[in-house]
Design a protein around this ligand. Structure first.
Ligand code: ATP
Ligand code: MG
Length: 340
């Protein structure tokens, strides 16, 4: 398989006297017929013998014609075509109505807190990246834990009925907390923990590799939520100094693109957290701005800014949504989880 790599410089902006160069890295995935879910060696051989070496060639067939050509059952062919359509790099323009059709598949994940769900137009949307940012202790990790639990719930109960991959960069994932929150929604804690897959990322390169790992796992597991908590911590520690800035931004940009691909292919939600500094810091600029600056903002569909408020309450503010008004929701972090 030949791997084509195109790099196009798409944007240069200057913000907070940081030169932010956004590089659009388009990488053709090295997928072959063997990568299709449910296709074993025998089926793969049949497909290849019939001349179907590329996913695109399969994606454009009808179940009947593929069944005839490759001597497969029609139901199997239909499944293979559906998967090929998902995985093939089809490209090109699509009509507004097909975007609408894809949008119809969007699912909404409840936070368990009516005010936050309402702020988000019914919950956290799949096929999107949501960035949750705020100061330390503002509740970002709590939101991550709660969504991990809720994702496991059936759709009728505000969940996504699928499994969770949690990339933990700061060693703050707490199974005990998951257990508490699971009990809070009436779920067996052990069942919940079984379906939340956690990996500790040791550095930014490892963090990026773990996204590939989720991609591989998603062939056998119905992944509905991917959490990266925190997205930025490793990058921030490793890429110090002005000279490293472009490199850092490019890597984060690439990381975000890969996460977005996971969200799209799996009709899943990606949740990333990002810290804002409480104290101004020469290197990182404006204290009220999220650390990753421009790149993360561009790539995420929703941005929620969390802050502590009066009497132990917290405020979530929706910032920059493509189709929802800005607004705020008040919530509490309780032993059982997020509550109104
Ligand atoms: N079991 C619990 N019951 C009630 N509140 C809790 C519980 N566990 C955590 N909290 C609250 O959540 C807060 C921690 O929030 P969280 O860890 O989500 O912050 P964060 O935004 O992720 O911070 P950081 O930037 O340091 O990662 C605690 O200060 C506490 O107020
Ligand atoms: Mg945290």
């Amino acid at each position: 398989m030949s791997k084509e790599k195109k790099t196009t410089k798409t944007e240069t902006t200057t913000e907070d006297d940081e030169e932010v160069v956004i590089i659009d890295v388009k990488e053709e995935p090295e997928l072959t017929v063997e990568d299709l879910p449910g296709v074993g060696p025998a089926t793969a051989e049949k497909l290849r013998e019939a001349g179907f070496n590329e996913l695109l060639a399969i994606a454009v067939m009808t179940p009947r014609s593929l069944a005839d050509a490759a001597e497969l059952g029609e139901a199997v062919s239909a499944k293979i075509i559906t998967s090929a359509k998902k995985l093939a790099n089809i490209g090109g323009f699509i009509s507004g109505s097909s975007i609408l059709e894809r949008r119809r598949e969007v699912l909404k994940l409840s936070s368990g807190c009516a005010a936050i769900d309402e702020l988000l137009g019914g919950g956290f949307e799949t096929q999107s990246i949501c960035e949750v940012y705020g100061e330390f202790g503002s509740g970002k990790t709590q939101v991550g834990h709660q969504l991990a639990v809720n994702c496991l719930l059936p759709k009728e109960q505000g969940g996504l009925g699928g499994e969770v991959f949690y990339i933990d960069t700061e060693d703050t994932f707490r199974p005990e907390r998951i257990a508490q929150m699971a009990r809070g929604v009436g779920m067996d804690p052990e069942v919940a923990l079984e379906r939340i897959h956690v990996a500790r990322a040791y550095n930014s390169a490892h963090q990026m590799l773990l996204v590939d790992e989720v991609q591989r796992a998603s062939k056998n597991i119905d992944v509905k939520l991917i959490i990266v908590d925190s997205l930025i911590a490793h990058f921030r520690a490793e890429f110090l100094g002005r000279g490293m800035l472009a490199d850092r931004q490019q890597k984060i940009n690439r990381h975000m693109k890969e996460l977005k691909k996971l969200a799209d292919v799996n009709n899943a939600l990606v949740l990333v957290t990002n810290q804002v500094m409480s104290k101004p810091d020469a290197m990182w600029g404006d204290p009220t701005k999220p650390v990753g600056g421009h790149v993360i903002g561009h790539a995420s569909t929703f941005r929620l800014y969390l802050r502590k408020s009066k009497a132990g309450s917290r405020i979530a503010r929706l910032v920059d949504s493509p189709n929802l008004p800005e607004g705020e929701a008040k919530f509490f972090v309780t032993a059982d989880g997020l509550r109104d």
